[in-house]
Each structure stands twice: as C-alpha cells, then as structure tokens.
Write a new protein. Structure first.
Length: 120
C-alpha cells in the first residue's frame, strides 16, 4: 500500500468516526465553518453537542490527518476551516447525502491514533 492510499484511508476513517453530520462536510466543501458554528447550541452540523474544547481537539485532529485546512484572512489564521482537496475527494466518494458508518474497529483504531498521535 502506498503512502497516498494510507493518507486517504486515514482521513476517510477520521471523517467517518467524527461526530460531524454529512451536512457539515457539505458546508465545509462550499464555505468555511467556524469553531463557534460547531459549538452553537442546537447546531445541525454535529451528531451531539460539542463544547469548545472538544470541537477544538476534533478540528486539530482533522487538520492533522489532512481532511481540513485553516482559513486565512488579512490578519492571519482564523478559527474557520474548510475541506482540503483530499477532504473533497473523500466526501465525493461517499453515497449521496450520507456518511458511511465506521465499524467498531475503525472507531477504536481512530481513537487510539488520536490519543497516541501515531500514524499507521
């Protein structure tokens, strides 16, 4: 298995294991989403409500695996993120309107890699 294929598998697994709805990935594909958008009460972007520290850790993980990139404005980096070309490729490979569920083993592997910050 080559490095690019490993990166795609890792990013796809991270996206499917995340608490983000498909509508969040669609929004990230078309525009930037801020940390406060993910943390707002009643947000339709997440499966469950996220606190700011949880959302920040999630975004940092998705940035690290290459699924997201930070938005930049005239002052520098912002708290807004959007999909990378790799992220757009992964979301485009999913069935229309759905995010394929991750298996228990994938959740375990993703959680372990996040916790240890190791790469496959």
């Amino acid at each position: 298995m080559d490095i690019e294929e490993q990166a795609v598998r890792r990013a796809d697994r991270a996206a499917r294991c995340s608490p983000l709805h498909r509508r969040c990935f669609d929004a990230l594909n078309h525009s930037a989403v801020s940390l406060s958008d993910l943390c707002s009460p009643g947000s339709l972007l997440t499966v469950k409500p996220l606190g700011e520290p949880q959302a920040d850790k999630l975004l940092r993980w998705l940035l690290r695996v290459g699924l997201l990139r930070r938005e930049v404005d005239g002052q520098g980096l912002t708290d807004r993120v959007r999909l990378t070309p790799l992220g757009r490729r992964i979301v485009a490979s999913w069935p229309e309107g759905t995010c394929p569920p991750a298996s228990l083993g994938e959740h375990w592997a993703n959680g372990l890699r996040r916790w240890l910050s190791i790469w496959p």
